[in-house]
Design a protein around this ligand. Sequence first.
Ligand SMILES: [Zn+2]
Length: 246
Amino acid sequence: MDSTESQSLLAEMTWQEAELAFDEADFVVLPCGATEQHSTHLPTSVDTIRAKHLTAELADAASEYDLDLLVLPVLPYGYSEHHLNYSGTVSVGADTYQEIIIDIGRSVQRHGATRFLVTNFHAGNIEPHKLALDRLQRDHDLDSYYVHWTDFARERLEERFGSEWGHAGEYETSVIEHYRPELVHAERKTPQTKKNRYEVRQYSHFDDLTVEGGLGDPTQSDPVFLAEVIEETTDDILGHLRSERE
Ligand SMILES: [Zn+2]
């Protein structure tokens, strides 16, 4: 796994190796995470850990789909204003965040990237991502693609976990138990206490919605089931990328 991984990671290449990699890549991929509170049992790096490992799964399996992915370093900060009331959250404003995505896209375009793919692992990033990718496509003529990973796993997750498995719940807890179990405080896993639920209201800080900082019931996590979801979702996404290329 490590050898394939190092062939796809820009961070481990010299500029001469990068020159070749940009020539060969079907997609240049920017994995996007966040640094924000994930309840009392998970670290602030949950979305960044997911970005790193779940994007590496895509890169490692890409050759089975006759695809070549060149993976950029993970962007560890995102648009997380709604979590700032909890300590440890670091947020980049939406306008700045858009500009960061555009600048990264323009940089890789300069090196010959023809397809730019953002893989996203934090729901708060979606709106600024879409505006930034619109601009890269329309104003900078860079073919831009978007994978919000959870969307491709959603059906399988809902079938197993119901509807409230999102932030720091069954799903994210299972992923961290799969890749970085030493970072999970198992003794603090507890069903998350809901405060308010708004159907029409547009904005809420996360501490309006929950006491501990998460949703769902992390005690129901299942890393073995999640490993299957990862495999199926990786295949699903690679299938889509292959048909986009053709
Ligand atoms: Zn998260």
